[in-house]
Design a protein around this ligand. Structure first.
Ligand SMILES: CC(C)(COP(=O)(O)OP(=O)(O)OC[C@H]1O[C@@H](n2cnc3c(N)ncnc32)[C@H](O)[C@@H]1OP(=O)(O)O)[C@@H](O)C(=O)NCCC(=O)NCCS
Length: 190
């Protein structure tokens, strides 16, 4: 198994984002795709390779607070997923209202290739990574936020073992307003 693989099962691999133009260029294309842009920083201007590199290069370091990853299906990059301990983003978590302890993790995901969405892939990836964080990294919980009108994401997360906890206002904005979101949590073993 390649050293940059975080977790893998069958045809599905989650590997670390590489500090190279190939990964930055696919991230740029995905972030500018309408189906991702609608739910992922929609108020920001179109992404460029330079802005993507500036945003994600720090997360390619071995000791980065957030681990940025590419999802590969049958060896083909199809999406992005990142995870982090909430304690590394304590100020943001407190501002939004996300409860956390020292071992609470968060994650964020998108499937970048539009012909791959709504076919069960998101559920597999989110279940695989959250199970890995709980079993291998001792996560007490894994939590995330998703817009109240992002019904496909909510369904995906529920199928991956998350439950709706409460509504809150995310720091992301859509048309200038903070996005009303569901906080969804999957409990760990601690
Ligand atoms: C959200 C996302 C990661 C989910 O991954 P996915 O592979 O599409 O999800 P899945 O196919 O595993 O599950 C989606 C579920 O939502 C359902 N769904 C799709 N569109 C829906 C809609 N408009 N309303 C309600 N349910 C919907 C699907 O039918 C499926 O449920 P089912 O298996 O019970 O039929 C992916 O769609 C995506 O990247 N979307 C764009 C970016 C985004 O929203 N990221 C998440 C931000 S929080």
């Amino acid at each position: 198994m390649s050293v940059d693989v975080v977790v893998a099962a069958g045809d599905l691999v989650i590997r670390r984002l590489r500090d190279d133009d190939e990964d930055y260029s696919r991230m740029t294309r995905w972030r500018n795709s309408p189906h991702v842009l609608r739910w992922w920083d929609p108020d920001l201007p179109p992404r460029t390779i330079a802005s993507i590199k500036e945003e994600y290069q720090p997360d390619t370091a071995a000791d980065a607070a957030s681990t940025a990853c590419i999802i590969e299906l049958e060896g083909v990059p199809v999406g992005f997923i990142q995870f982090y301990r909430w304690i590394s983003y304590a100020e943001e978590a407190a501002h939004v209202g996300i409860p956390f302890d020292d071992h609470a993790y968060g994650l964020d995901v998108f499937i970048g290739e539009p012909d791959r969405i709504h076919r069960g892939l998101g559920t597999r990836v989110v279940a695989m990574l959250s199970d890995y964080l709980i079993a291998e990294r001792g996560a007490s919980s894994v939590s995330l936020t998703t817009a109240v009108d992002n019904h496909a994401a909510q369904r995906c997360y529920e199928k991956a073992g998350f439950a709706k906890f409460e509504q809150l206002l995310d720091t992301d904005t859509y048309r200038g307003e903070r996005v009303r979101s569901w906080l969804m949590i999957k409990e760990g073993a601690r």
